[in-house]
Design a binder for this molecule. Structure first.
Ligand code: PLP
Length: 393
């Protein structure tokens, strides 16, 4: 018999390799099998009526989904993890699990924009009040609490504009008032930020991004502790949310290489960010891991790494010249996602939908995802873009 793995904590690179695998449960095969199935048979009347089996019904989980849930729970330090068919559904299910009619939610103004649509649509229609707060508010969030405030939602760094939040300061206020805190941790992943260790109750990840790592999967994870986990588990079950075993297996496969991929995204991203910051066309680079970034001190205090996603503000140029920049790029794809092996770029403008803060950066803004290509090739691609921009201006 092989000795079982002792219950000690390994380095993250080791954890992502070993977590959620139990080869000798599956005749020695390294990865858990993709188990397809809706019906689960019980061996006896007694087992059936007392629900004593490990699994009850396909929608409620199987060995393939359980393997990924177990791994994420260990990485997040959570009592349990739920899988959802997308990052956005992870956010909606978590919010629906925690909130009820009459409650008030404080949502960070720099949330992923579809998160705002959940708040302004489904939640408000269901009688839940939502107000938005400045991501840099820190302990000042106490002044925004109402008698019916139930939860605070964070996302750090903020979508597009990359503000780093003071998570411990906000958690301290929440704990003093018995509020639930949730965070969208997609940027850092549990490898580079451990929200639950900082006292956050619910850590959400769009696994679509770095867990997948290959732009071939939509999946979300909700990791939580204690009573809050039970509430979200109940909403998840009642809403009929489930993930296919094929997608769960792709998520587990992505996990195995997540630490090495993220390290490369981090290093290459910083290299391209520094190169961009030195370009005459660039007014400002927004990247928390860059010395001098407004969020650098908080990033350094709370995070242990950075991914390949950051933003940049250009000096003012006419829109046709900005468009010429994008159209001249050969290596950067234009697409609304990130976290895969390939580099991506999009223009963005948050001015129409932010309500608690003002977005007026003084020039056109773009968000870059630095993939696994060689940074020098990416820089040459961007230089071609700047040449086309100058020619068009
Ligand atoms: C992409 C993204 C999501 C949503 O993930 P999907 O799988 O596309 O639904 C949520 N939060 C952040 C920060 C994201 O970037």
């Amino acid at each position: 018999m092989k000795p079982s793995v002792p219950e000690i904590t390994y380095a993250p690179a080791t954890e992502v390799v070993r977590l959620g695998r139990d080869p000798f449960r599956f005749d020695g095969f390294v990865n858990p099998p993709v188990v397809r199935g809706s019906t689960v048979l019980s061996p006896s009347y007694d087992a059936l009526v007392n629900h004593s089996g490990r699994y009850s019904y396909g929608r409620r989980g199987n060995p393939t989904t359980e393997a990924l849930e177990t791994a994420i729970s260990a990485l997040e330090g959570a009592d349990g993890t739920l899988l959802t068919p997308s990052g956005l559904s992870a956010i909606s299910v978590a919010l629906l699990g925690v909130l009820k009619a009459g409650d008030h939610l404080l949502m960070v103004d720099t949330a992923y924009n579809p998160t705002r649509r959940i708040c302004d649509g489904v939640l408000r229609r269901g009688g839940i009040e939502v107000s938005y707060y400045d991501p840099l508010i820190g302990a000042g969030i106490e002044s925004l609490l109402r008698p019916n405030t139930r939860a605070i939602f964070l996302e750090s760094p903020g979508s597009q504009s990359m503000e780093v939040q003071d998570v411990p300061a906000i958690v301290a206020v929440a704990k003093a008032h018995g509020l639930v805190t949730l965070i969208d941790n997609t940027w850092a992943t549990p490898l580079y930020l451990k929200p639950l260790a900082l006292g956050v109750d619910v850590s959400i990840m769009a696994g679509t991004k770095y867990l997948s790592g290959h732009a071939d999967l939509n999946i979300g994870t909700i990791a939580a502790r204690g009573a809050v986990f039970k509430q979200i588990l109940s909403a998840h079950g009642d809403l009929g949310i489930c993930v296919s075993p094929d997608d769960a297996a792709l998520g587990s496969r992505g996990l195995r290489t997540m630490a090495v991929r993220l390290e490369r995204h981090w290093r290459s991203g910083l290299e391209v960010a520094r190169w961009l910051a030195a370009r005459p066309e660039v007014a400002r680079v927004l990247h928390p891991a860059l010395e001098g970034d407004a969020g650098h001190a908080l990033w350094k205090r709370d995070f242990t790494g950075a991914c390949g996603l950051f933003s940049a503000i250009l000096k003012p140029v006419p829109e046709p010249a900005f468009a010429a920049f994008f159209d001249a790029l050969a290596l950067f794809g234009m697409g609304y996602s990130w976290g895969g092996f390939e580099s991506l770029i999009i223009p963005f403008d948050c001015s129409s939908y932010r309500t608690a803060t003002t977005w007026a950066p003084g020039g056109p803004a773009m968000r870059l995802h630095i993939g696994l290509e060689e940074p020098a090739d990416l820089q040459a691609d961007l230089a071609r873009g700047f040449a086309a921009m100058a020619a068009a201006a």
